[in-house]
Design a protein around this ligand. Structure first.
Ligand code: DAH
Length: 339
């Protein structure tokens, strides 16, 4: 046994493992339960007792030497595998590519910021609304044909609940709980049961505006909208108000801006009129004020509402509304970075 131990000790330095398989084979050969060292340990029982001390010490030495050598091999293997994959663990990491703000968010915030400079603060309301806030409070009488103006998504089990078709519903919510002066913009998502095309979508965004106080007149409305237009589209831009109809405003108007593309000379975008429609507006109908608990004999106000996608399409000259909803990063990365 003594000779076998000496022979094994001489082999130790020559042990090599070039890969995990070879390492595992060595470990099993020498250190496993049925390995070389274990079988020597079992044979140790038969060593004559006068040699037991000397052989026992040698055997222990052999065992420790193998354990150390084999764990050394493991470390060598681990460090060489790190080198072959070419990692430099001390190197600083690559920056995570930053995203960009969605153009709809940019435009929505710019609209609200401009009105904020006129003292308007932001108000919010639910996207799933009741009939009262979306229609009835705003003068859309039961069975009134005006309800047909907007194709509505109703909740099947309860037709009193709808996906809001406009953010004018937030006006009602604010007027019900706040006495004038009220000066708010209401940005948010709206839903209409419309076929999706380059010009229309079943989901889009609006910013509604509402100003209620004593002695508010149409002149104030026109001035606020002119200020907004010049701030947003540039100081050269002209506005034009055309009479229109909305159940919740009287009188009502639609506002056009001079075409951004041709400067008013006439092109495809403005259908050769020189003007592009961007929002509806008007003086809040006194019946709406009374519906919401505001005394129409004391107060008056104006309201307006615009589609954010439409404004963004004009600003960035985008010809298909569907691009806003596709989340194609090549499209989205063209807009101003967030950070
Ligand atoms: N709610 C209207 C729509 O979705 C837009 C609108 C028009 C809002 C006139 C107003 C307004 O506040 O006065 O088409």
């Amino acid at each position: 046994m003594r000779d076998r131990i000496i022979k094994l000790l001489s082999e130790i330095d020559n042990l090599k493992a070039n890969n995990p398989e070879e390492y595992e084979a060595l470990r099993i050969k020498y250190l496993s339960k049925k390995g070389v060292i274990s079988s020597l340990m079992s044979e140790f029982r038969d060593v004559p007792s006068e040699q037991k001390k000397e052989i026992g010490q040698k055997l222990n030495h052999l065992k420790t030497a193998f354990q150390e050598r084999i764990s050394e091999l493991k470390k060598e293997l681990e460090s060489s595998s790190v080198q072959t994959t070419d990692f430099d663990l001390s190197r600083t990491s690559y920056p995570i590519p930053l995203g960009t703000r969605h153009p709809i968010s940019l435009v929505k915030e710019e609209i609200c910021d401009i009105f904020n400079r006129l003292g308007f603060s932001i108000a919010d309301g639910p996207e799933i609304e009741d009939d009262w806030h979306v229609f009835s409070s705003l003068n859309f009488a039961e069975d009134h044909p005006a309800r047909d103006m907007q194709d509505t998504f109703f909740i099947q089990s309860n037709p009193e609940i709808v996906l809001r078709t406009h953010t004018s519903s937030v006006q009602t919510r604010v007027m019900e709980t706040t006495q004038p002066p009220i000066r708010i913009t209401c940005p948010g998502r709206v839903f209409r049961n419309e076929d999706i095309s380059a010009r229309a979508h079943c989901l889009f965004h609006q910013v509604e505006g509402l100003y209620i106080d004593k002695d508010v007149s149409f002149v104030d409305l026109k001035q606020a909208l002119l200020y907004f237009t010049k701030e947003f589209f540039g100081s050269e831009t002209q506005i034009r108000l055309r009479p229109s109809y909305f159940p919740f405003t009287e009188p009502s108007a639609e506002m056009d801006i001079s075409c951004q593309i041709c400067g008013g000379d006439g092109c495809n975008i403005c259908k050769h009129t020189g003007w592009v429609e961007i929002m509806g507006c008007g003086m809040v109908d006194p019946a709406v004020l009374d519906n919401c608990g505001i005394d129409s004999k004391i107060y008056s106000g104006y309201a307006f509402g615009m589609g954010v996608e439409r404004i963004a399409m004009l600003k960035y000259q985008i010809n298909d509304i569907r691009l806003f909803f596709e989340n194609d990063v090549n499209f989205l990365h063209q807009f101003q970075s967030a950070f």
